[in-house]
Ligand binder design. Sequence first.
Ligand code: XIL
Length: 476
Amino acid sequence: MTKSVFRPPATALAALAATALAATALVAAATTTASAATGLGQLAAAKGRYIGTALANNHLGESAYATVADREFNSVTPENEMKWDATEPSRGSFSYGGGDAIVNHAQAHGQSVRGHTLVWHSQLPSWVSNGGFNAATLTSIMQNHISNVAGHYKGKLYAWDVVNEAFNEDGTRRQSVFQTTIGDGYIATAFQAARAADPTAKLYYNDYNIEGINAKSTAVYNMVKAFKQQGVPIDGVGFQTHLILGQVPSDLQANLQRFADLGVDVALTEVDVRMQTPADSGKLATQSSNYNALTKACLNVARCVGITLWGVTDKYSWVPDVFPGYGAPLLFDDNYNAKPAYTGMGTALGGTTSSPSPSASPSASPSTSPSSPPGRSCSATYRTVNQWNTGFQGEVTVANTGASAIGGWTVIWAFPNGQTVTQLWNGTLSQSGANVTVRNMSYNGSLAPNASTTFGFTGDWSGANGAPSPVTCAAS
Ligand code: XIL
């Protein structure tokens, strides 16, 4: 397997050694056994964003699949495990095994989870679509589904795709069973039910072919605008971004921005860039520049919180099944080799592309004193919450100690007694020997003056479990 990571050349590192940026890059480069992503996700985290992947339970047992997923991505979306046919296959009978496995995996690897999806015409059991229910009954079936599923995952998810694919290309409503039975109001009702079930998850409307400015995206735009005016609880819009090679809309950024200007977050939620197979070097180069462009479009919009790829490897992409003759749409090929598209995305995220060699190591040591830009500062307070045989639970409170709002934070410490972090939540972890670096997730990086947030973790210890000192915090 070709291991492909981003890291700046050693000379650049040395020159920047005193800065938080260098501390970040050095730790990333020096990490060999990180339990969180040291690739794209980490680059994105340094910018307060995430890079995610759709994750499928049935492939998690394949070590290369899990290794690449956990190295590269700091967010996951269950590819199928939280859809209606998986979670309520028959009326009133709920099953969460698949979704729980994804959430557990994500929590163990410092990844946030986007829930997908509560209300959708597809992968909908026929007891719903063909049940012949009247409006009142179908409304309560929908509310009950949302309250159970979102209630089950309450507090564990970063976001929910509450309603998926409710519009046609011409901007009219798709004639799903929800639309034809309940009418236009079903979408607002679904968002209200989701907010009641899980008040902390960001609630998204999600769709495809809305990446550019067109009739469909404008219809979604008008709905979001109305929801904002009416107080319907919507927090974000997901742009699936299932693209064809060479067809990144030129107005992608402008379109994301017009939604953001309505006061919602935006995210690219299911990205792939399909090509006619077989792939060749020309197509792969075009794909690389397409990934570069879509990543930049997101980064250029302050409220674009992250990008999710619709899969880890071309081998398991949904594309060839659904678009015959097309494939190779993702960042890793069938053998988990990074494709040019990986470089295209990584360079947009600020990485450089020198290929790693096992013997090359940075010429400077990691800085343990990251610095913050003028006017921004933060503190980190470490405490041991609980301790047993060989394990313990810790918590770190990060506080904005400056007069200005901060957009992100990086906490660094070194364990004094050989402790290791085994699982961490509400932050992105990298760990190299005794050195631990934790960065904010996209949802807890922004702190007003005096505001604070916490992240938690479990760890292993033996002999002694002393608290580390210093525990430093850098704001950005
Ligand atoms: C796809 C999955 O990738 C496939 O495994 C499944 O057979 C069908 O659904 N839009 C969405 C996703 O919102 O849920 C779809 O995922 C792809 C299109």
